[in-house]
Design a protein around this ligand. Structure first.
Ligand SMILES: [Zn+2]
Length: 538
């Protein structure tokens, strides 16, 4: 087969044996030879296709280890209630009214991404706001954290939620002083009271929405992802079938590792499917569990009170014994487990469960993941290291919510050591970073920027001693990220025999001033030797 030879590049390979190079060749979707132009051309076989990179920067493709690509795909079909598109509740109402007037879907209005803490009103939506738009059609809006939802009276009725409905385990139906539901539902068990009645998106919907979502990921240099809650809200069958169909037809432009909700995973485990099953393009991944909510939603489980709400520490989603049982079950099956935990009490609970499982069956090779892990203590870092756990830190919180963590939710002391990357690095703990899209926009370069700068939106540096170098930040999206799917021999570096996934950038994150990393442009993204995004090309 005719090879493609790329010359005049400025390569950072992330392969320690050959850290830099100026040329490389691609054959059958994999890197072939890497070195200088003479060497690569000599090894390229007859009449290679030559691509002149004109001195541009080349890095391995970015691997995003925690986000929700299929759910993000669906949000693109909903009303955009994010703070990126709205300043106030009035703006959100206007968008919802416009969607209703447009009349696309007259049976249900769905929105996503509302963030009370970033609206000028600084308050939650309530059912009166939403009834004001429409009262006889259900309105359902997800909070940006994904842990809260707002519904109108028609949606409450659909879920049979009244004054007398008790709070479900692990969730809360928020109520006013008279006990009437306000329309705010907290945590998945409460959200599901209404969510279970919403139509599940079918394969066709995902077939339309996923390619657009993947194109958006490719624009930011993402070539691989962990889709992190497959099976949520009945979306499992539709999304998996669409992924498989896209893979078959060669339209999967982001290699996807499916992290599947534990109860949905059971049906596959019964058939003998374990993490690792699949192809380089689409693979079953870890088992997903949740142990708390979000800090800004005040649903993360903390050891000490919230700064702005004395007496309130948030709740664990599962009692310790229940988490212990589930973790031990999957650990003993040899499955990789990824558990969501933001607050220090939830992190403590999850690490304890892993320690207990490891006493039953000693195995530190499963690369369990602790997702978000924002309030990890020094002790937590050491215990994770001992167990071989890989935390994926939600670094972009520092920029987007950092000022409010500092002054509102957890106070300056705890905010300064959120996402303790510097300490993790010093302890030799392997970790990755993520944007949790659609919670925040997908952008590896922004994550790397925030890991290196730790600056809030208002310009305050949170925890100078937790800053890491651009090279260490880059590892969290390449070599170390590849370890999270046991694929470090296949991707994360530009090396002979590895998958030809790479990005061409306008500048080098290792050499630009630290404050400008986020301004670097992705010029081209290549997956398996195929260009899936090129700037200025439709
Ligand atoms: Zn998530």
């Amino acid at each position: 087969m005719r090879q493609t030879v790329y010359i005049n590049g400025d390569l950072t390979t992330m392969n320690p044996e050959q850290p830099t190079a100026s040329a490389f060749s691609v054959c059958h979707g994999k890197f072939n030879s890497i070195g200088d132009r003479e060497k690569v051309l000599a090894e390229a076989g007859p009449e290679p296709e030559i691509v002149d990179l004109e001195g541009r920067v080349v890095l391995p493709g970015f691997i995003e280890t925690h986000n929700h690509m299929s759910y993000y795909a669906l949000t693109r079909l909903m009303v955009d209630c994010t703070p990126f598109a709205n300043k106030s509740i009035a703006d959100v109402k206007e968008k919802l009214a416009a969607a209703l007037a447009a009349g696309g879907n007259t049976e249900l209005i769905m929105g996503w991404g509302f963030d009370d803490t970033m609206m000028t009103d600084r308050r939650h939506l309530n059912r009166r706001d939403l009834d004001g738009i429409v009262s006889d059609i259900p309105v359902f809006i997800f909070h940006a954290s994904g842990h809260l939802a707002y519904v109108n009276s028609a949606a409450l009725a659909m879920g049979n939620i009244t004054k007398d409905t008790p709070d479900p385990a692990g969730g809360e139906i928020h109520r006013d002083e008279t006990g009437e539901p306000t329309g705010l539902l907290l945590e998945p068990s409460a959200i599901e009271l209404v969510g279970a009645h919403l139509p599940s998106p079918d394969t066709g919907t995902f077939m339309t929405a996923l390619p657009q979502a993947m194109a958006a990921y490719n624009r930011t240099g993402v070539t691989s992802t962990h889709d992190a809650a497959i099976g949520i809200a009945g979306q499992g069958p539709g999304s998996i079938e669409a992924y498989r169909a896209l893979e078959k037809s060669g339209r999967l432009t982001v290699r996807t590792y499916l992290t599947v909700l534990f109860d949905y995973y059971d049906s596959f485990i019964e058939k003998g499917i374990r993490n690792g099953f699949g192809s380089d393009d689409l693979r079953f991944g870890s088992v997903k569990l949740f142990q708390d909510g979000s800090i800004q939603g005040l649903t993360a489980a903390l050891k000490e009170d919230y700064h702005n709400r004395p007496g309130h520490r948030g709740e664990l989603i599962m009692p310790q014994e229940e988490l212990d049982r589930l973790v031990a079950k999957y650990h003993c099956l040899g499955m990789q487990i990824a558990v969501h935990a933001n607050g220090d009490r939830a992190i403590e609970s999850v690490i304890t469960a892993f320690e207990r499982a490891n006493e039953i069956r000693e195995d530190t090779s499963l690369r369990h993941m602790l997702i978000h892990c924002q309030m990890a203590s020094s002790g937590h870092i050491m215990r994770m290291k001992k167990l071989g756990i890989i935390p994926s830190y939600f670094i972009n919180h520092l920029f987007h919510w950092g000022d409010r963590h500092d002054s509102i939710f957890i106070g300056p002391e705890r905010a300064a050591r959120m996402n303790p990357l510097g300490e993790s690095l010093r302890e030799g703990l392997t970790f990755t970073l993520h944007a949790d899209t659609p919670v925040l926009p997908v952008s590896p370069l922004e994550c790397i920027h925030n890991a290196v700068n730790r600056k809030t939106r208002n310009g305050k540096i949170l925890g100078e001693d937790q800053v890491i170098s651009p090279m260490d930040a880059l590892k969290t999206f390449t070599t170390d990220a590849a370890k999270c799917s046991f694929e470090e021999d296949k991707k994360g570096a530009i090396a002979s025999g590895m998958l030809a996934d790479f990005v061409v950038l306008s500048d080098n994150p290792l050499t630009v001033p630290a404050g400008r990393i986020r301004d670097i442009e992705v010029l081209e993204t290549v997956v398996g030797g195929k260009t899936v995004y090129k700037k200025d090309q439709p």
